[in-house]
Design a protein around this ligand. Structure first.
Ligand SMILES: [Zn+2]
Length: 314
């Protein structure tokens, strides 16, 4: 089975032709979420036609276009519900009509974290499992849940995908979502510099000499024995541990798949979280397995086939 796929992020768009569990052809373009989606649609259609031409694939061979979007999406009516400072015009657009008119194939759309979960379950770290939680640790913290083989969507399409906004500290920092002490506000790429600067002794730590503070730099400075870096690193690990236990208690998974750029910065993340979950999650049936995502930034594209096959309908 062949399908077209678009993975639309805040700063990039990847247009691809996929066939079952492999990406046949892909073009990645720079995109600017702040400029809106309407002006990008003609470019996306051109690139999708180009990948089909290069692969010698004709439109009737494609099962459809799976569109992966970085915001809240209503899969049932193929509309974007809400955005967060990226492609803010998207809720007003009829993407289904655009796709059918400009590409002549059926259209389905889903949130990026759910697409990544579908991809990891179809071709990556969660193959063979029906009950899965996905967590992506990056600039923000993304999430998605699958229960008994169906992605959790809920009445307002928000179920399972606000994992980064699980409160882990009710006396904590204010989050961009309006809540207090979300996992994202305490331990994500956007909140990390602030967390470090507010840690006692920061001015004399190795981190104060870094141009910008990233998790890669945090883990490096902690590895070099810097006291502040060690304190912040251990605090972030504890936040992610509490988040993982919360997600396990909420969604009853067999497997938690951890992805996102932060997972590349510290080899100690996975064993720490596995041990934390083993000690603190209430799962009398056995132990939840924590795994690194297997597909990297291809996961969402490889979610195209299961999305279009409709095996995921709720
Ligand atoms: Zn939040």
């Amino acid at each position: 089975m062949k399908a077209l796929a678009v993975d639309l992020g805040g700063s990039h768009a990847t247009c691809a032709l996929v066939e079952d569990r492999k990406i046949v052809r892909a073009h990645t373009l720079a995109a600017e979420g702040s400029r809106g989606l309407a002006s990008a649609l003609p470019l996306l259609a051109d690139e999708l036609r180009a990948v089909m031409n290069e692969a010698g694939c004709r439109t009737p061979e494609c099962a459809g276009l799976a569109f992966c979007f970085c915001g809240l999406v209503n899969h049932a009516n193929a509309k974007v519900i809400s955005t967060n400072a990226k492609y803010d015009d998207a809720p007003s657009l009829d993407l289904k009509a655009w796709c059918e008119k400009s590409l002549g194939v059926p259209f389905k759309i889903e949130n990026d974290a759910r697409m990544a979960l579908l991809g990891e379950r179809y071709a990556g770290a969660a193959q063979g499992f029906d009950d899965v939680v996905m967590v992506t640790l990056g600039t923000g913290i993304g999430g998605a849940a699958m229960i008994q083989g169906r992605p959790l969507r809920g009445q307002h399409a928000q179920a399972g995908c606000l994992g980064g906004h699980f409160p882990v500290l009710f006396t904590g920092r204010r989050c961009t979502c309006g809540a207090i002490g979300c996992a994202e506000a305490e331990a994500s790429g956007w909140s990390l510099p602030n967390v470090c600067r507010n840690t006692r002794g920061f001015d004399s730590s190795l981190l104060a000499n870094e141009g910008s503070i990233t998790f890669e730099r945090l883990f490096r400075c902690a590895g070099a024995g810097d006291r502040v870096a060690i304190e912040v690193r251990d605090r972030c690990l504890a936040v992610w541990g509490a988040l993982a236990v919360g997600l396990i208690h909420a969604y009853d998974p067999e497997v938690v798949v951890l992805g996102g750029g932060v997972m590349q910065s510290g080899f100690e993340i996975l064993p720490f979280l596995q041990d934390y979950v083993n000690r603190h999650a209430w799962t009398p049936w056995g132990k939840v397995s924590l795994r690194s995502a297997g597909l990297g930034n291809q996961a969402a594209l490889l979610g195209a086939i299961p999305l279009l096959q409709g095996h995921t309908e709720t």
